[in-house]
Design a protein around this ligand. Structure first.
Ligand SMILES: C[S@@+](CC[C@H](N)C(=O)[O-])C[C@H]1O[C@@H](n2cnc3c(N)ncnc32)[C@H](O)[C@@H]1O
Length: 558
């Protein structure tokens, strides 16, 4: 990679103020929201209104940011003259050589470099600003990726390199951003997780099976002046054989795809294994690549299976040699299996690479809905023969393997710093999350800290400790009309996972008294007296709830 033209592009994009806030200022927040949904029309209309030729005047010269927005966000063609005005340091020739734009078809016949000011160029890559706020502060980058379905006007290519999508932002928001030496970003795509990790890690290794993705990720690192990322080509953990990291992050290609001819294998979302075998494979190998105390955070899908006759499953067994094939009945197709139980069966809990685990299921789709979602995601439109053929392939695969539903969620693993794993948490979160303007990473870290503190403190030590309740906690009380005593009390967590906890009188009073002053034992004693109950019985009842509230960062060690 020749860095000089990318540095020129950096200078031009900076000078043009090609930024999210500037674009939002041009077309407004509802057009920006429509763009996020893949709809360009509201933004295009607003830009056209600004650039319209007045009845009695000349065409206004577009500002560089307007040209860049038309070209790269809306997918419109612009003139060579406008592009030159928008990218003065890069130049038109430089932009062509970088591969971010091409001369549109008609003029391409003019041959090497022979284009005029009125020739038109269009984007060959998506290049857009991306802004974020994490626990380290606000930041802003430019991200190059492949053009989406809207700009292409057709289904995506199989080697499509994904831009920053909803799942990317979910994972980057979940990332625990405390300073570490090393992070592995497995399946880096356009490099977005690696860029985020570079904010808190001394060095980042970013891998991908797609050389094209690696090239774009490297481009993005250079464009954003991030120098601590090393890019390596290869499948899963092959490029880091024998290496261990403080953190691993991965938004892996987890989409469950039928393995039959005619179904596109989108590299960006499909790891090529049967069913949820790719996620299983990553989970089984993680432990060997985490340093003691190291944490891995992933997104993933897992299957819910109904009992199917062994004969029905025989035809769609896992690919030979795949981890799905190797793992036997746990990933076979016979017998009913709950999705979270399925994930549990993948996690090593003993031996050298035993892991702490916390899995949160955020969503579950039935088989047809899942198939529709991902066929649509590839750019194949419903109501077409191509869509119906793919739909049938998906439904056949699910039927043959007994898959009834697919879960989606967050997976966290930790290699214990010493000793055996202590954390094994599998849960479904059906409600919305709390408010997390800087992402969930800090909250996830606080929950791990709460769990660890609780493990380190036996009941006697816990009774001696003083606790406080978190600042985002409120309590709701509901009364029968005219009554003084509440009939329902609920604790609400404003941030984090937005948990609600049903309270009885004892627990409500206990939490309310946790201001870091009195010990747990002193509060239990005082409450027993006020409530006129046996102190030992009340304490025994409260301790498990207190430990659970510590693990949810609702109560914190003072
Ligand atoms: C869902 S994308 C995630 C991209 C990016 N990390 C993000 O969060 O937006 C998955 C990435 O994994 C890559 N990939 C697919 N199969 C892989 C494999 N066997 N080993 C490593 N990477 C793979 C794809 O090329 C793609 O870039």
């Amino acid at each position: 990679m020749n860095p000089a033209p990318i540095d020129h592009l950096h200078a031009d994009l900076t000078a043009a103020r090609y930024r999210v806030d500037v674009l939002d200022g041009i077309w407004g927040s509802s057009a920006a929201a429509a763009l996020f949904r893949g709809q360009t029309l509201p933004a295009r209309r607003e830009l056209e209104r600004r650039l319209a030729v007045p009845a009695d005047g000349e065409r206004p010269v577009p500002r560089p940011v307007e040209t860049l927005a038309r070209l790269f966000v809306l997918g419109d063609s612009v003139t060579v003259a406008d592009l030159r005005g928008a990218l003065p340091a890069t130049g038109v020739q430089g932009a062509l050589e970088l591969g971010i734009v091409g001369i549109v078809d008609g003029d391409a016949e003019l041959g090497g470099g022979a284009f005029g000011d009125d020739s038109r160029v269009r984007a060959l890559l998506d290049l857009r600003p991306y802004s974020f706020v994490d626990s380290l502060g606000a930041g802003s980058w430019w991200i190059v990726s492949d053009l989406g379905e809207g700009a292409l006007g057709r289904a995506l290519d199989e080697d499509h390199v994904l831009g920053v999508g909803g799942a990317s932002m979910t994972l980057s928001g979940l990332m625990i951003a405390s300073p570490v030496d090393s992070v592995l970003d497995l399946g880096t795509g356009c490099g977005i997780q690696a860029l985020h990790a570079a904010r808190f890690a001394r060095r980042v290794v970013a891998t991908d099976i797609s050389r094209r993705a690696l090239a774009l990720a490297e481009f993005n690192a250079r464009l954003n002046r991030v120098e601590s990322i090393e890019f390596r080509h290869g499948s899963l953990f092959e490029p880091v054989a024998g290496e261990q990291f403080d953190r691993i992050v991965s938004n892996p290609p987890f989409v469950i795809t039928p393995r039959v001819d005619g179904v596109p294998l989108y590299e960006y979302r499909d790891g090529g294994l049967v069913g949820d075998g790719l996620v299983e494979s990553v989970v089984r190998q993680l432990g060997a690549h985490l340093r003691p105390g190291g944490i891995a955070q992933l997104l993933g899908n897992w299957e819910y299976r109904d009992a199917v006759p062994a004969s029905a499953s025989a035809g769609t067994a896992a690919a030979p040699g795949s981890d799905a094939a190797a793992s036997g009945p746990a990933s076979g197709a016979v017998g009913r299996q709950d999705g979270l139980e399925r994930v549990r069966s993948w996690v090593p809990r003993s031996g050298e690479h035993a892991l702490d685990v916390w899995v949160i299921e955020r969503e579950r789709q039935d088989a047809p809905t899942y198939a529709e979602t991902w066929i649509r995601d590839g750019g194949t439109r419903p109501g077409t023969p191509a869509f119906d053929a793919l739909y049938a392939a998906w439904l056949d695969d699910f039927r043959d393997r007994g898959v009834t539903e697919v879960g989606f969620g967050y997976l966290l693993f930790r290699r214990p710093a010493a000793g055996a794993p202590t954390l094994a948490r599998y849960e479904r979160l059906d409600e919305g999350l709390g408010s997390n303007p800087v992402g969930l990473g800090d909250h996830v870290a606080a929950c791990l800290d709460g769990h660890d503190w609780s493990v380190r403190h036996d009941d006697e030590a816990l009774l001696r400790a003083t606790l406080v309740y978190a600042s985002d906690i409120t309590e709701e009380r509901h009364f029968w009309p005219g009554q003084e005593d509440p009939v329902v009390m609920t604790l609400r967590q404003g941030g984090g996972f937005g948990r609600s906890v049903s309270l009885d009188t004892g627990l409500a009073a206990f939490i309310g008294t946790c201001d870091g002053d009195l010990s747990v034992r002193a509060i239990c004693g005082a409450l027993a007296e006020v409530l006129a109950v046996d102190e030992a019985a009340l304490t025994a009842e409260l301790l498990p709830s207190i430990r659970s509230l510590l693990a949810d960062a609702i109560l914190l060690p003072a």
